[in-house]
Design a binder for this molecule. Structure first.
Ligand SMILES: NC(=O)c1ccc[n+]([C@@H]2O[C@H](COP(=O)([O-])OP(=O)(O)OC[C@H]3O[C@@H](n4cnc5c(N)ncnc54)[C@H](OP(=O)(O)O)[C@@H]3O)[C@@H](O)[C@H]2O)c1
Length: 261
């Protein structure tokens, strides 16, 4: 009788992952996680120097192939070009992480329609467009993994950031809908809901909102804010054969924030 587990469940060698916003913060943490298990990496961001530096770092530290692509994920033509560039270099995109995101902090009565659309387009519509553009490649390869990045505001409201919270709530429903449509293609689609991580995004929030750092910290059971390395393991799991029977879920990586009353 053969063994139950015949392969390294977390092995990503020979796979190619595209991470939007993979040049810094949480995205870079996940990109490094996938590279540590052997995946080649396409690092997509708006800032070419930042993306080139991240691609170089990943290539040198993890000895995998990398490519930096400059694109705005909220622009349809950029999305198409970015995926074309990735597929000109690699045979397929096996793993897609829709991570690029922004926030504009204003209550609903002060936010302009332009600001609303900007946040929705970068955080939510981008995930729809990127996944749709990558789907044929995954399907042809016999399957794949899509990981959409939500937030604690996928669960809770945010009076100071209505567009952000709405976009992140939408990420969960998009995830379920894609998971149902693409299960037949052996594509698993899941969401990660990060708790509070120390990145450029939250550095700004902590500067803009008095007392936020302490208020948040008092609710994190782990007793500290997360670092990009804290999210790598969950990304590896959801990108690897270890999660082949897991689809349409949203998993919080939050040091116990959502468990706290
Ligand atoms: N930090 C947290 O506590 C936290 C919590 C929950 C969820 N999240 C989510 O995690 C994701 C990453 O956030 P982060 O904290 O790591 O923030 P970050 O350090 O500010 O990184 C944001 C990333 O998104 C990229 N990006 C932004 N707009 C883009 C666009 N239009 N087109 C292409 N790339 C774009 C940026 O690249 P460039 O600099 O090159 O533009 C950057 O790599 C976001 O979706 C965020 O909502 C973060």
């Amino acid at each position: 009788m053969g063994s139950l587990i015949a392969v390294d469940l977390f092995d990503l060698s020979g796979k190619t992952a595209l991470v939007t916003g993979g040049n810094g913060g949480i995205g870079l943490g996940m990109a490094e996680g996938l590279a540590s298990r052997g995946a080649n990496l396409v690092v997509l961001g708006r800032n070419p120097e930042k993306s080139a530096a991240a691609a170089l770092k990943i290539r040198d530290e993890y000895k995998v192939e990398t490519l930096a692509v400059s694109a705005d994920v909220s622009v349809e033509a950029d999305v198409a070009r970015a995926v074309d560039e990735a597929l000109a270099r690699f045979d397929a995109i096996n793993i897609l992480i829709n991570n690029a995101g922004i926030n504009i902090r204003k209550p609903a009565d002060q936010m302009t329609l332009d600001e609303w659309h900007t946040v929705m387009n970068v955080n939510l519509t981008s995930a729809f467009m990127m996944s749709k553009a990558v789907y044929p490649s995954m399907k042809n390869a016999g399957g794949g993994k899509v990981i959409n990045i939500g937030s604690m505001t996928s669960i809770f409201g945010a009076g100071f950031a209505p567009a952000y919270a709405t976009s992140k709530g939408g990420i969960v429903q998009l995830t379920k809908s894609q998971a149902l449509a693409w299960a037949v293609d052996n594509i698993q689609v899941n969401a990660i809901l990060p708790g509070w991580f120390d990145t450029d995004l939250t550095k700004r929030a902590r500067q803009e909102i008095a007392g936020m750092h302490e208020r948040v910290l008092s609710r994190i059971a782990a007793g500290r804010w997360g670092t990009p390395a804290d999210i790598a393991g969950t990304a590896i799991w959801l990108a690897s054969p270890a999660s082949n029977y897991v689809t349409g879920i949203a998993i919080a990586v939050d040091g116990g924030y959502t468990a706290m009353l």
